[in-house]
Design a protein around this ligand. Structure first.
Ligand code: KG4
Ligand code: ZN
Length: 337
């Protein structure tokens, strides 16, 4: 039995969890800063790091308490080393190093994106080869895993991440932050009223969302200039359908070419209700590839997922030293930055 204390602070959630053998969550505490950042219309990095500093001790203490353990029951301390906001990352890194040093525990640095992928361990035992569609506020990646802890990025975004595009479109529509859940909700009342351009890329597995985002902005300006009232639900619907169609089409093409045992969704945008329906619909007749969609609580940032990925890193002997630092642009294990 291996029990990890996991710490996550890469963006605007201060989180700690205790995870047994990589798939059993003994506790999972997430302190969200969303209410504060909503006031500013997006994450303010300096504010985020300050709130992490204020909350980290209480969050870690609560995670140990809810798991009914203390540091004697912990085998190693896993933490998000990157990618993410430098100031936010530093808080979790320093906390993990301090705890590991004080209690003589090994340190396990974890790449946040591997955490999003391994969050699927809480749903099913992962089978390889596996394809992961990693979609968050900072990333849009198709990741091929031939084996456990073996990552190859097949495609990535050429500009904005999909979550970032959701957040920016929501802002111009006056829906507030975070935009993803708001567009998800309002798009249900919309219809195909506007036409938006389909994103294009040279590499079929790369993504691009900035042209689509600009097209939404231009559409709004054009309608305003023409004195026509904007139908927010219709704009949200058309943006979402166009963005998700591109995402689904590329993912299916990759599944068709690589034929994985499993296709997993990962990251905050995997919480999107329309995407979940589209993916289930498209995958239902593909008996060779099992689709795994994580429950909502492990789509957005949390520390349990860092405990899940940290457990695999631990098994592979990937320990950190006390001189390591936060790595805001951290590449996937085995991939160059
Ligand atoms: O994974 P995550 O919590 O943080 C990062 O690692 O970036 O993802 C946050 C992103 C935000 O852009 C947010 O708007 C988006 O996930 N998101 C959604 C939904 N819920 C969160 N996007 C679309 N639909 C949702 N329901
Ligand atoms: Zn994330």
């Amino acid at each position: 039995m291996t029990v990890l204390l996991a710490i996550e602070s890469s963006c605007d959630e201060t989180a700690a969890a205790v995870v047994k053998d990589g798939h059993e969550i003994l506790s999972n505490i997430v302190s969200s800063q969303i209410n504060v950042h909503t006031l500013y219309g997006g994450v303010v990095p300096e504010v985020a790091s300050r709130i992490h500093v204020e909350n980290i001790s209480a969050v870690v203490t609560e995670a140990l308490k809810q798991a009914d353990t203390d540091m004697d029951g912990i085998d190693a301390v896993a933490f998000t080393q990157g990618p993410g906001l430098i100031g936010s990352l530093h808080v979790g890194v320093q906390a993990a190093k301090t705890i590991a040093w004080a209690f003589h525990k090994p340190l396990v640095p974890v790449n946040h994106m591997t955490g999003h992928i391994y969050a699927n361990c809480f749903v099913a035992e992962l089978r390889f080869p596996l394809m992961a569609l990693v979609i968050s506020g900072g990333h849009t990646e198709l990741v091929w895993m031939q084996n456990e802890w073996d990552f190859k990025v097949l495609g990535t975004t050429m500009d904005d991440a999909i979550g970032e595009a959701y957040d920016k479109v929501a802002r111009v529509l006056g829906l507030g932050y975070p935009g993803g859940p708001k567009i998800d909700r309002i798009a249900k009342e919309g219809s195909e009223h506007y036409t938006l351009p389909t994103p294009k890329t040279v590499n079929p597995y790369d993504f691009s969302f900035s042209g689509l985002k600009t097209a939404v902005l231009q559409l709004i300006q054009r309608e305003e200039k023409a004195g026509r009232e904007i139908n927010t639900a219709d704009v949200a619907y058309c943006f979402q359908e166009t963005a998700l169609r591109s995402l689904v089409k590329k993912t299916l093409a990759a599944v068709e070419e690589y034929r994985p045992e499993m296709l997993v969704l990962a990251g905050g945008v995997a919480a999107n209700s329309r995407l979940r329906v589209m993916m289930e619909e498209e995958m239902k007749n593909r008996k060779d590839t099992e689709l795994i969609i994580p429950p909502l609580y492990c789509c957005t940032d949390n520390a349990a997922m860092i405990g899940a990925a940290g457990y695999v890193a631990y098994k592979h002997g990937q320990f950190g030293t006390f001189d390591l630092s936060a790595d805001p642009g951290m590449a996937m294990p085995g991939e160059d930055c």
